[in-house]
Design a protein around this ligand. Structure first.
Ligand SMILES: NC(=O)c1ccc[n+]([C@@H]2O[C@H](COP(=O)([O-])OP(=O)(O)OC[C@H]3O[C@@H](n4cnc5c(N)ncnc54)[C@H](O)[C@@H]3O)[C@@H](O)[C@H]2O)c1
Length: 295
C-alpha cells in the first residue's frame, strides 16, 4: 500500500470492536489515530492500548449524531496532528428491533441519527478538509451485509445500513475527480459488542415499546452469531488489503455472496418482466443517465 505513515485517521466508534481493531491496524502502519467515541470508559481503555503500542493518538468523547461534536472533533484533530487523511465512519448501533405493527419509533430515530446521520455529519465535516489539502485521502463508511438485502425484524438497522451503501455509491461518483478514495465496508458477523449496543442508547431515545417474543428470539440468535463471528483483528487486516487494492466495496465474508447474488437475480427478473410489459416496454431512457449530468 502507498505509505500511510505520518498521516492521520479519524475513527468514529474507535474505542472498541471494529473501530479499535482498525485503529491498531492503521497505527501499525504509522498513522496517527484520532478515536472518537461516546463511551468515556471504553475510550480510556483504548487510550491505554494505543499508548502501550506506541501509536500517536488522541481520544475525543463525542456523539456522532450531534453535528457540533464532529466540528469539535475536527478542530481537536487538526490542532493535534494537522491535516487529516482518512475518516472511518464506523460508529453504529443495533437500533430498535421490531416486527411490523409493533414499531419502536425511538429505536428508529436512534438508528437513523447514529447509523445514517452520524455518517453524513462525519463526511460533511471531514471531506471538505480532505479536499482542501488535496493529498490522497480515504473515506471509509462502515455498513453491513444487512445493508445488502433486507433483514426481517431489524428494519431500522437494515434500512440505515442500506442507506450507507447507497450514500457511498453516490459519494464515490461525486468525489471521482478528487484525491479521496471512497469505500464501504460490509461485514457479516464480527465478534464485538454490537449486540449490546443499547449500552450507548442515549436517554433521548428511550424505548417506546417492549420487544415481542419473535424479536427476543431473533436478538438471541444474532447475539450468538456475533459471539461466533470473525475476530475484529482479522477484519482489520482484510480492510487494509482491500484499501491497498482500492476496492469500493469491502467484503469480509465471501460465503455471504449468495445474499447479493439472489437480490441481483430477483432484480434482473423484475426488469425482464417490465421489458415484456406492453405498458412500459417502450418507455424511453431518461435524457440524463443516473449519476451523470452533462455540463
Ligand atoms: N459486529 C458485527 O457483527 C458487525 C457486522 C456488520 C457491521 N457492523 C458495524 O460495525 C460498526 C462497529 O460496530 P462493532 O461491531 O465494533 O460494535 P461495538 O458495539 O463493539 O462498537 C461500536 C462503537 O461505537 C461506539 N458508539 C456507539 N454509539 C455511538 C455514538 N452515538 N457516537 C459515537 N460512538 C458511538 C461504541 O461506544 C463502540 O465503541 C458498526 O457500524 C456496526 O453496525 C458490525
Amino acid at each position: 500500500m502507498q505509505s500511510l505513515s505520518g498521516k492521520t485517521a479519524v475513527i468514529s466508534g474507535g474505542a472498541e470492536g471494529i473501530g479499535l481493531a482498525l485503529a491498531k491496524g492503521l497505527g501499525a502502519l504509522g498513522m496517527n489515530i484520532v478515536l472518537g467515541d461516546i463511551e468515556a470508559k471504553a475510550l480510556a481503555r483504548a487510550q491505554e492500548i494505543m499508548t502501550d503500542l506506541n501509536i500517536p493518538h488522541l481520544a475525543v468523547e463525542m456523539d456522532v449524531s450531534i453535528r457540533d461534536d464532529w466540528q469539535h472533533t475536527a478542530r481537536a484533530a487538526q490542532e493535534r496532528f494537522g491535516d487529516i487523511h482518512m475518516l472511518v465512519n464506523n460508529a453504529g448501533v443495533g437500533g430498535g428491533m421490531g416486527a411490523l405493527g409493533n414499531l419502536d419509533e425511538s429505536g428508529w430515530r436512534w438508528a437513523i441519527d447514529v447509523n445514517l446521520m452520524g455518517v453524513v455529519y462525519g463526511a460533511d465535516t471531514f471531506v471538505p478538509l480532505m479536499k482542501g489539502h488535496g493529498e490522497d485521502a480515504w473515506l471509509i463508511n462502515v455498513a453491513s451485509m444487512a445493508g445488502m438485502a433486507g433483514v426481517p425484524l431489524a428494519g431500522s438497522y437494515t434500512a440505515t445500513k442500506a442507506a450507507v451503501v447507497a450514500l457511498t455509491e453516490a459519494w464515490s461518483t461525486e468525489l471521482a475527480d478528487s484525491a479521496i478514495h471512497v469505500s464501504v465496508l460490509a461485514p457479516a458477523f464480527v465478534k464485538t459488542r454490537i449486540h449490546q449496543s443499547h449500552r450507548n442508547r442515549q436517554a433521548r431515545y428511550a424505548p417506546t415499546t417492549a420487544p415481542g417474543p419473535e424479536v427476543m428470539k431473533m436478538a438471541k440468535g444474532s447475539a450468538q452469531a456475533v459471539e461466533n463471528g470473525i475476530d475484529p483483528e482479522l477484519l482489520a487486516k482484510r480492510v487494509l488489503e482491500a484499501l491497498d487494492a482500492k476496492e469500493t466495496y469491502i467484503f469480509t465474508h465471501p460465503k455471504y455472496r449468495f445474499v447479493t447474488d439472489e437480490r441481483s437475480a430477483n432484480i434482473a427478473k423484475a426488469f425482464d418482466s417490465a421489458a415484456e410489459s406492453p405498458l412500459v416496454a417502450d418507455v424511453a431512457e431518461a435524457p440524463m443517465a443516473l449519476g451523470f449530468v452533462d455540463s
